[in-house]
Design a protein around this ligand. Structure first.
Ligand code: FES
Length: 151
């Protein structure tokens, strides 16, 4: 299976596993945007690291995902400054428009919606992140225009 061979190739680059577990998981996630169960089972078998430990690490860090992500990441800041400036309303508008809730991916795999607590850009609250772009002072009426830029 190509997916498992890719895990083997990643492991070849890490002679020492325990101290590099995060980096190895990052490399595996970079293959498909998430950590498939089959890859984690294979990693456990090849390294001797218990599967439960791999899941503990993968679920502890927010940057790891156990489910496939959409082609585009949409993230609403819900930190204090953004909350005060209406980010909850903004999140509601996005949820309504995409037909998904926070943490979910649209059926067409176009968008994954998430939230974050402050991205350090409070003077531009409320802040919306799309892939690597940051949008500041976002009003609900701008949501459709911003999302439609991403195919
Ligand atoms: S609270 Fe949103 S950027 Fe700081």
């Amino acid at each position: 299976m190509a997916e498992l061979e890719a895990v083997d190739r990643i492991l070849d680059g890490f002679p020492e596993v325990k101290g590099n577990l995060i980096a190895i998981l990052h490399a595996i996630q970079a293959l498909d945007g998430y950590l498939p169960e089959a890859s984690l089972r294979h990693l456990s078998k090849q390294t001797g690291v218990p599967l439960s430990q791999l899941y503990a690490v993968a679920t502890f860090y927010h940057f790891f995902s156990l489910t496939p992500k959409g082609r585009h990441q949409v993230c609403v800041c819900l930190g204090t400054a953004c909350h005060v400036k209406g980010s909850t309303r903004l999140l509601g508008e996005i949820e309504k428009r995409l037909g998904i809730q926070e943490g979910e991916t649209t059926a067409d795999m176009r968008y994954t919606l998430s939230t974050v607590r402050c991205v350090g850009n409070c003077s531009c609250a409320p802040v919306l992140l799309t892939d690597k772009e940051t949008h500041g002072n976002v009003a609900s009426k701008q949501v459709a225009d911003i999302l439609d830029r991403y195919e």
